[in-house]
Design a protein around this ligand. Structure first.
Ligand code: ADP
Ligand code: ZN
Ligand code: ZN
Length: 741
């Protein structure tokens, strides 16, 4: 057997492996990721390296091949640990070792330039307009384009943007500078988070009883050497962050280090400041506004022991701390913790793996824990602690559930129910603010009856059928994307016979128009992907709203996440059902979390808040639980549903995606793999799909999906292995991609 060994751990060197023979005495101990000692170069200098791959095919003349000298017993170095994590990611989520390594290793890159050149107007706006007219008369196309562009972008743009977006070349810029129309200034391209000074001093708070309970039991466990995992289930504003600070103090006092994962959207200056106030220079931050160079620097500082706490989104999980003691995952239910690209790893699972490896603990914090974490706590895998009181006592909002079927019966065809119209008018009169949100942008794809609320679901899978349009844009058929079951779009509701049956669709822009018609004097702001393009677009809209620049904010779900608006006393979900019937087994969970978060938005200040939830399904347990503010009711119902239909977290599930050059090739490959898995593990697995009807054409390839479910994750990993081997042997001209759970 032969091993490909890497001696320099960095992404650029990944492809530079050297092959060594594995001596017989070591064959049973050498694994992928093993740290080894090898003779290197002419002088046979002994170097440390890591095994990247093992094969029985020598890459060159075996007579000239050197042997691995030893395998290190214990993986002490952090690189070794990261490689082991990469191995875990590869095995579990089905990527190549290279993809996994690229995920866990920092990218070494020198920053070429940290400066950005900004173009600014050198005159008053009216003068600029005059000059613009003059240029237009003279047909100076490029100059006109640039000035119009600058005006459109708010008066100033970067040199690069002028180039890329407006195709402005250097002589045009130079010309305008010479004419005194614009100036060019240089600024540092990125704010370095480490240079920001902390304005206020940390005032140590007296913990309330619930907070103290969590902090003390963690400290006791920690001092006794017990490394547990915890679920901190605390409502918004109950002081979770305050608890995190204390836990980190405990861990740092022991000479250990901590990683704090926070979703990018919640990673605000204020949040980071709270950590900086307590831990000062020992804190570093990773976020998407850092350049690759700056990002790399933060990893370096962590590795050198210059910092003890790293805050960031999921990639912070791979901070090379040598003495990791604690990983905190705040807002653990957020979907951004599941990576979208390959490998599609789940941060919670990787965190648990890493914690075990470095003898650290994990704390999962949330106001609306994921069903997965809830189950883990229930089964005792996580120790649960609750925070049920808000620090600055705010009253719970009053919740109104509106049955949209009743609105239709009362001949109200507006998307705003009667009670919502009334409440909005009240807010306008009292100069308070309203937030209206739509769970999803635009067209949701499912079909429902406006008379009885019935959502057309697959008779085999209990997920909603997706509407498919024909070539003239009419919905003519329904397809289940899980199993492929297809049917014609019915003319009447199969439940009640009403003809008011249609694909559900409601866009933010449409809502804005209707709202403006109904309340002509109201000042309305809209926030969705269209209005918030540009780096600071969405913060601009939000801060405008916070400062009272509008009465009503309409938006997609991003408006209900993690922002504080003291003057908002009314929050409404226009169509709660939209996210409830997406074709995803987690759609109820997402809807529940969203509606709970939304109800936490209303009345954060002194004033009592109200929430209006419009739905066709008021009897659904998601709506019931939100109405009663009874999370238990939701979790128990949801777990029963997942168990019955064999969905995670009760079962393990593998999504297999096969794409082929032709529909036939993809189909053959998918069915062959399915058969292979069933032959070997038929007793333990359930396979749903593939179905010919659900083939999707993507970039000229044809994609089929199917799902494998099993009680145990090990079985799923076996299935993955079987399919990988099947792909190797058959040499299909197809690609395979996996997604776990
Ligand atoms: P969460 O992270 O659960 O949303 P935070 O930790 O941000 O909650 O706390 C919400 C607010 O309450 C913050 O302004 C925080 O400073 C304050 N707070 C938290 N714990 C206490 C406490 N024990 N005494 C006084 N104020 C507190
Ligand atoms: Zn009906
Ligand atoms: Zn189905």
């Amino acid at each position: 057997m032969y091993a490909d060994v890497i001696v320099d751990i960095s992404v650029e060197a990944l492809d530079k492996t050297y092959q060594y023979r594995i001596p017989d005495s070591l064959i049973s101990t050498v694994q992928i990721g093993s740290p080894v000692k090898v003779p290197f170069g002419r002088g046979n200098r002994v170097l440390g390296g890591f095994v990247m791959n093992i094969t029985d095919q020598p890459a060159f003349d075996v007579a000239r091949m050197k042997e691995i000298l030893t395998v290190e017993k214990k993986q002490v170095s952090v690189e070794g640990q990261l490689l082991e994590i990469a191995g875990f990611i590869r095995d579990r989520y089905g990527s190549t070792m290279n993809e996994a390594l690229k995920t866990v290793l920092p990218i070494k890159k020198k920053i070429k330039s940290v400066e950005e050149h900004w173009l600014n107007f050198a005159m008053e706006k009216n003068e600029i307009i005059d000059i613009l007219h003059e240029y237009e008369r003279k047909h100076y196309a490029a100059k006109v384009r640039l000035i119009k562009g600058m005006l459109a972008e708010g008066g100033t743009i970067t040199r690069r943007m002028a180039d890329v977006k407006y195709q402005i070349k250097k002589p045009v810029v130079d010309g305008l500078v010479k004419e005194g129309v614009i100036t060019v200034t240089r600024e540092r391209k990125y704010r370095n988070p480490l240079e920001e000074t902390v304005s206020s001093q940390y005032v140590k708070k007296v913990l309330n009883e619930e907070q103290r309970e969590m902090v003390e039991s963690f400290s006791e466990d920690y001092q006794e050497g017990k490394r547990k995992n915890y679920l901190l289930y605390g409502i918004t504003g109950s002081g979770k962050t305050e608890v995190y600070l204390r836990l980190l103090q405990t861990v740092l006092a022991d000479g250990k280090q901590g990683i704090v994962l926070i979703p990018e959207i919640a990673l605000t200056f204020q949040t980071v400041s709270r950590f900086r106030q307590v831990f000062g220079e020992r804190v570093s931050v990773l976020h998407s506004r850092l350049s690759e160079g700056e990002r790399y620097d933060q990893y370096e500082r962590a590795k050198n022991g210059e910092v003890d706490i790293m805050i960031g989104p999921r990639s912070a999980l791979f901070t090379p701390f040598e003495r990791l003691g604690l990983i905190i995952i705040d807002e653990e239910h957020e979907t951004s913790y599941i990576s979208e690209g390959t490998p599609k790893y789940h941060s919670d699972e990787v965190a648990l793996f890493r914690a075990k490896q470095s003898e650290a603990s994990v704390v999962f914090g949330s106001a609306t824990p994921s069903v997965k974490s809830y189950l883990a706590a229930k089964e005792g895998r996580y120790e649960e602690h609750r925070l049920t009181k808000r620090a600055g006592e705010a009253r719970l909002p009053q919740i109104h559930i509106v049955d949209l079927r009743e609105e239709l019966k009362a001949k109200n065809r507006s998307v705003f129910s009667r009670i919502l119209q009334e409440k909005m008018q009240e807010r306008l009169d009292k100069k308070e603010q309203t937030m209206l949100f739509i769970n999803r942008r635009g067209y949701a794809g499912f079909v429902s009856c406006r008379n009885c609320g019935n959502v057309l679901q697959c008779s085999h899978c209990d997920v909603s059928m997706t509407a498919h349009k024909n070539h003239v844009g009419e919905v003519d058929s329904l397809v289940c994307h899980y199993c492929g079951h297809a049917s014609r779009m019915p003319e009447k509701c199969p439940e009640c016979g009403s003809p008011y049956i249609a694909a559900f669709g409601l866009g933010t822009q449409k809502v804005e128009e209707m709202l403006q018609r109904q309340f002509p004097t109201a000042r309305i702001l809209r926030m969705d992907a269209d209005t918030t393009s540009g780096k600071h677009g969405h913060e601009g809209v939000l801060s405008g709203f916070r400062h009272g620049k509008a009465d009503i904010l309409i938006g997609t779900q991003m408006i209900v996440k993690g922002h504080d608006f003291p003057n908002v006393t009314l929050v409404a979900a226009l169509a709660a059902d939209m996210s409830m019937f997406e074709n995803d087994y987690r759609s109820s969970e997402r809807t529940f979390q969203l509606l709970m978060q939304a109800s936490g938005r209303a009345g954060r200040g002194e004033k009592q808040g109200e929430v209006v939830i419009q739905t066709y399904k008021p009897e659904h347990y998601v709506i019931e639980s939100v109405k009663e503010q009874n999370a238990e009711l939701f979790y128990e119902n949801e777990l029963a549903y997942r168990r019955m239909l064999k969905y995670p977290p009760c079962y393990a599930m593998l999504t297999v995606q096969i794409s082929g050059e032709s529909p036939e090739a993809g189909w053959q490959c998918a069915t062959a793999l399915k058969t292979m898995a069933l032959e070997r593990l038929g007793d333990e697995i359930t396979v749903v799909g593939p179905a010919r009807e659900t083939a999707r054409r993507l970039k000229d390839r044809f994609q089929y999906m199917f799902y494998v479910k099993a009680l145990k994750m090990e079985t799923i990993l076996q299935v993955k292995e079987i399919m990988n081997q099947g792909m190797d042997q058959e040499s299909y001209s197809c690609y395979i991609q996996f997604e776990v759970d």
